[in-house]
Design a protein around this ligand. Structure first.
Ligand code: 5GP
Length: 209
């Protein structure tokens, strides 16, 4: 049986929805913001704060083949699926973008994003660099925000301090982090993550500008 539990999370009725095209496509995607940046920079903390302080913003819940970390709940941080489930989502075109990151795959369910944008709901995707590049291609009106650490040393410290990953995984994430840091100029703007509330304020200001 196909695991479709990932797509049922927000209770939105998607029956018969026709994706917008032409001028309405531009209007619908203007509210889309992509938040990206190296692993360990604090994207998920920023997203959690956004969720708390700005319930009017909708945060896409990604699908991943990664195993849940302690405290993570299916349907909240991610929809956790196995490899076969992820393959099926790719094959059926249900992902807006997807990427392999440090040994696991991650993707954004397409329909939920299209529905929220059609309803004019401010929408945030918290995704990696490869995903951000795909969104730039398919939805050029999206605002791409790069979340940067105060310094490389700080990033390394945060990644290790999290204590959730073994050393080999940390090494892979740091390697990916170097590539992500080098891509900062591809983004529309950069926010330095010195303080989570501050970053949230600045992000909301950008989204409503
Ligand atoms: P983590 O395993 O730490 O939760 O996430 C690892 C990386 O995957 C992070 O950089 C995160 O932004 C990224 N990521 C999470 N969801 C998605 C997604 O749907 N698509 C892509 N391309 N990357 C994602």
């Amino acid at each position: 049986m196909t695991d479709r539990s990932w797509s049922d999370g927000d209770g939105t009725d998607r029956g018969g929805f026709v994706p917008p095209g032409g001028g309405s496509h531009e209007r619908a995607t203007r509210r889309l913001t992509v938040l990206s940046g190296p692993s360990g920079v604090g994207k998920s903390t920023v997203v959690a704060e956004l969720r708390r302080a700005h319930p009017e913003v909708w945060l896409s819940v990604s699908v991943t083949t990664r195993k849940p970390r302690p405290g993570e709940t299916h349907g909240v941080e991610y929809f956790f699926v196995d490899d076969e489930g992820f393959d099926r989502l790719i094959a059926s075109g249900e992902l807006l973008e997807w990427a392999e990151f440090a040994g696991n795959r991650y993707g954004t369910p397409r329909q939920a994003v299209i529905d929220k944008l059609a309803q004019n709901v401010p929408t945030v995707l918290e995704i990696d660099l490869q995903g951000a590049r795909q969104v730039r291609e398919s939805m050029p009106e999206a605002l791409l925000v790069f979340l940067a650490p105060p310094s490389w040393e700080e990033l390394e410290k945060r990644l290790r301090g999290r204590g959730t990953e073994p050393e080999d995984v940390i090494a892979r994430r740091l390697e990916a982090g170097r590539v992500e840091m080098a891509a900062e100029k591809e983004f529309d703007t950069t926010l330095v993550n010195t303080n989570v509330q501050d970053v949230c304020h600045r992000l909301i200001a950008l989204m409503t500008a």
